[in-house]
Design a protein around this ligand. Structure first.
Ligand SMILES: Nc1ncnc2c1ncn2[C@@H]1O[C@H](COP(=O)(O)OP(=O)(O)OP(=O)(O)O)[C@@H](O)[C@H]1O
Length: 264
């Protein structure tokens, strides 16, 4: 597996608060990398830096071997990196189909959205995209009439419409009812794996992480505290205590389940 995104020495502080304090991370082509960590650890800040929304005060980021720091978000999308936000960015008064068509039109260039929204070629591609996400039955529903799971999927479908090689998702399951959460993640991982999209996602639900991540990076106070496969990281006593908020079985005094607390 080759490195698709590589961050080195990323630093940014807001006043005295270090939101990134020397972030080194390689995202491997094809993997699903989960980012976990407490509120305010700097997880969203990393996504903002990798997508051109924030410029770090130090460090570098390369994508497919090319430096991308300093590029505007639109250029970064064109290079192959898309993102979704914690709060879906849908046009709420438009239908799901119109939202998808708009994202497809946006891929064609900044002026394309001014073209008739439901031009036949946009419409056909939008229907095909919605079908992959299981959203075709909801195509004519207004975005503000969707439940949170469908809204999250529609929002991620808009990012996939940009045909990224790398998709960064900020809390794709936040706000989704627990009964539908797994189905939402199953759908989106199926679509992303079928399209060979590499994914980085911030996630607070450890069941989702355990089931869908290839690797887990643990953020804490602007640093990566641990990185490794879920079975190792989610049994790490320090992660259990500081991120998940449960005392390790036997209070960490040798459960036989602890993984190494890798700092790489
Ligand atoms: N543009 C900004 N201006 C000032 N402070 C900021 C800015 N962006 C982030 N911060 C601060 O940096 C810290 C890290 O924020 P960030 O949103 O990256 O955390 P997070 O790990 O994503 O948290 P959460 O899980 O709550 O979303 C927080 O204390 C936040 O208030």
């Amino acid at each position: 597996m080759s490195v698709l995104l590589s961050a080195r020495g990323l630093r940014i502080a807001f006043g005295g608060l270090k939101a990134a304090d020397g972030i080194d991370l390689d995202v491997m082509e094809g993997e699903f990398l989960a980012i976990i960590g407490p509120n305010g650890a700097g997880k969203t800040t990393f996504i903002n830096m990798a997508t051109g929304y924030l410029r770090p005060q130090a460090g570098s980021i390369t994508y497919d071997g090319q430096p991308i720091l300093g590029l505007k978000p639109r250029r970064i999308v064109k290079a192959g990196i898309a993102r979704s936000f914690q709060l879906p960015q849908l046009f709420t008064e438009h239908t799901v189909l119109e939202n998808a068509a708009l994202a497809i039109a946006a891929r064609a260039g900044p002026w394309a959205p001014l073209a008739p929204l439901l031009q036949r070629r946009f419409r056909a591609e939008a229907e095909e995209l919605l079908d992959r996400f299981g959203l075709l039955p909801l195509a004519d529903r207004r975005a503000d009439a969707l439940n949170e799971g469908a809204r999250k999927l529609a929002d991620i479908a808009m990012a996939v419409a940009l045909k990224p090689r790398l998709l960064l998702m900020d809390e794709p399951t936040s706000g989704v009812a627990s009964a539908e959460k797994m189905a939402v993640v199953e759908t989106l991982t199926r679509v992303l794996r079928d399209s060979r999209v590499t994914a980085v996602f911030v996630e607070h639900d450890m069941e989702v992480v355990a089931r869908f991540a290839d690797r887990v990076a643990v953020w804490g106070q602007g640093k990566i505290m641990a990185l490794g496969p879920p079975q190792q990281i989610l049994n790490d006593p320090a992660v259990l205590r500081d991120v998940i908020g449960v005392a390790p079985v036997g209070d960490g005094a040798g459960t036989g389940k602890e993984g190494a607390h890798a700092a790489t």
